[in-house]
Design a protein around this ligand. Structure first.
Ligand SMILES: [Mg+2]
Length: 358
């Protein structure tokens, strides 16, 4: 397969000097910077002349602004995943600000939940008030996790009840998506296509709404993928296209993981392809290597419930880069910064799906 990633020469502003210091001394990721108005620009980099460095340079860089905390560990994980082959691999991805862009035309992109306009101002306001009350609780580090999980469940259930009570049609979802500020990162289509060709399932875990995410996929990518499934809250519409209930248990920010596979509503109702991948491919419990994509450290919990052998985690650090860089570099194997495109992940996935002889 021939990929056409952006040229390595057309590099954009990179992270600041402070981010360089903690990198291992012999890391292949030593950059040379020149300063310009307080922002570091990558002008060239020093290759570590060993195979490890060379391979990883091709795998994860691809012009993006990237941190790798432990190159040796990453290379070990890449090698062992390749040995097991694509039949043992699954991809687990968060949706908002991971597959989608964080910034769009200088403004924050919408989330799949945030874009929804119920078509009823009174109920849009009621849902906003719930957000104003519960969101500070969600990010309050002093609340114990079990207590917070109950609060999150309460929030989600009240929101879902308002969507039913205030009325929501499938048509409103379509028009909300059409009018929203949401876009996929460049390279997402190519990533899904590559994984589809290799019969590697992609599970998109989201505490949002599956029906909205599917509509975003439909409107923004203009095609479906037989290997992509949404694990999220799924709506039930009546014959008139009006929301009447939700399927399965509520999936919120603190329980969106492989356990949710068992409690979510049926997957892939509407994007499904009659000739799509069968249950064998989606026997994800037997696929013991994971490529995980997320934009929050909490997204690492998406692989909870899976007894994996190797997990390669990729983080997107979209904002507050200086204050969060240390924690992201420690938590994820690879960190892409500044709302990077997906091209580095495409290359990484291409490596993981190739044989050792390629
Ligand atoms: Mg996210």
């Amino acid at each position: 397969m021939k990929l056409t990633p952006p040229c390595l020469q057309s590099l954009s502003p990179v992270f600041s000097h402070e981010l360089l210091a903690p990198l291992p001394r012999f890391s292949p990721f030593h950059f040379i910077f020149r300063k310009s108005r307080g922002v570091g620009y990558r002008s060239s980099y020093c290759k570590n002349m060993n195979n490890e460095g060379d391979i990883m340079e091709h795998v994860v860089f691809d012009g993006a602004q990237v941190m790798v905390g432990n190159p040796h560990l990453l290379q070990t994980k890449i090698s062992s995943t390749r040995i097991d082959g694509p039949s043992k691999l699954q991809v687990i991805a968060d949706f908002d600000a991971t597959l989608t862009k964080y910034w769009i035309d200088g403004q924050r992109g919408h989330s799949s939940h945030g874009l929804l306009q119920q078509g009823n101002a009174e109920f849009d306001l009621k849902r906003q008030k719930l957000y104003d009350y519960y969101h500070p609780l969600e990010i309050d580090p002093t609340i114990p996790l079990d207590e917070k999980a109950k609060l999150m469940e309460e929030w989600w259930e009240k929101t879902h009840a308002l969507l039913i009570e205030g009325g929501l049609s499938y048509g409103a979802i379509k028009s909300s998506v059409a009018n929203s500020r949401i876009a996929f990162r460049e390279g997402v289509t190519e990533l899904f296509e590559l994984l589809e060709r290799s019969n590697v399932p992609v599970l998109i875990f989201s505490a949002g709404l599956a029906d909205i995410i599917e509509e975003v996929l439909r409107q923004k990518l203009h095609r479906s993928f037989k290997n992509v499934r949404i694990v999220s809250n799924r709506m039930v519409f009546d014959q008139n296209g009006d929301l009447v209930s939700f399927k399965g248990k509520t999936i919120h920010v603190l329980n969106k993981n492989e356990h949710a596979l068992d409690m979510a509503g049926p997957l892939h109702d509407q994007l499904g392809d009659a000739n799509g991948l069968t249950g064998d491919v989606f026997s994800v419990k037997t696929r013991t290597n994971v490529l995980l994509l997320g934009d929050h450290i909490g997204d690492l919990g998406m692989s909870d419930g899976l007894n994996y052998n190797t997990r390669i985690s990729v983080g997107f650090l979209n904002d507050n880069i200086e204050s969060s860089s240390d924690s992201y570099r420690s938590a994820f194997d690879v960190v892409y910064m500044n709302d990077a495109a997906m091209w580095g992940v495409v290359k990484l996935a291409s490596q993981l799906c190739s044989t050792l002889d390629d």
